[in-house]
Design a protein around this ligand. Structure first.
Ligand code: MF3
Ligand code: CO
Length: 249
């Protein structure tokens, strides 16, 4: 079921989204070669708690850490640990922040040091794909309009769209209806209405679109061909004439 949020619920989501944004801004200062991913996790965990919110990835379906850190060919759900960030990595950071029972979800990919032009364009174009998806959001539009715009843009840049993972509605649950694929025809799917809250999250790759689990754990999802992958995500409120980004500045 797709829910419409009340003014009160939206205020809680705004605060959760704001702390999500500020946590990303805090982490940004530390994303440098040599830092261990578990150190970044600790920084985010402490920052979220200090701001009276809950790092809701922690314990979600057994996920062991507060944020997901996925490097290079890892698409999503990387588990922070002893691995150190190196020059030339692309680092995706994705997490949810909960306030008074309401979720926010946002992801960014960082370029660390020197990367190839190709990898740089992957990251920049994935960020652009999110913006293009967002530009379709307003009351009366269809989910398919977002999906199609993202796919068309990705393909125009020679990038593949991961199809096994999708955006989603969000509210009291991290994942609510409707699903928001990053591919497919326009003009189909659920009609957006003011007061819906959704998370749009293109995941693009430089190689093929196929992804799989590894044998290291039950979480991290990698590209099958080991090509690099980038991920950007915002939680947004649908409005009459567009949208409000809840996890932005
Ligand atoms: N943004 C991620 C998702 O929608 C966060 C999941 S938390 C985790 O899948 F615990 F599953 F990692
Ligand atoms: Co999400």
């Amino acid at each position: 079921m797709v829910s419409i949020k009340s003014k009160r619920e939206i205020d809680f989501m705004r605060y959760a989204g704001h702390i999500n944004y500020l946590t990303h801004e805090e982490l940004k200062k530390y994303i440098k070669p040599g830092i261990k991913t578990e150190e970044l996790d600790q920084i985010a965990h402490d920052f979220i708690i200090k701001n009276e919110c809950i790092p809701s990835c922690l314990g979600y379906e057994g996920f062991p850490k507060s944020i997901c850190i996925s490097i290079n060919d890892e698409v999503v759900h990387g588990i922070p640990g002893k691995r150190k960030i190196k020059n030339g990595d692309i680092v995706s950071i994705d997490f949810c922040v909960r306030y008074k029972g309401y979720e926010s979800d946002s992801a960014r990919t960082y370029i660390v040091g020197a990367v190839s032009e190709e990898v740089k364009s992957l990251v920049e174009n994935t960020q652009e794909a999110l913006k293009i998806g967002l530009s379709k959001v307003k009351s009366g539009a269809k989910i398919g309009d977002i999906s199609h715009a993202i796919e068309e843009f990705a393909h125009s840049k020679g990038l593949s769209v991961v199809e096994d993972l999708v955006g989603h509605g969000i509210g009291t649950d991290m994942h609510e209806d409707p699903e928001i694929p990053n591919y497919g025809p326009s003009g189909v799917g659920v009609t957006l209405k003011s007061g819906m809250t959704i998370a749009i999250e293109p995941m693009l790759t430089l190689g093929k679109k196929e992804v799989c689990l590894t044998d290291q754990d039950d979480w991290v999802i990698v590209t099958e061909d080991e090509s690099p992958s980038a991920h950007f995500e915002h939680t947004v409120l649908v409005t009459d004439d567009g949208y409000e980004i809840l996890t932005g500045e």
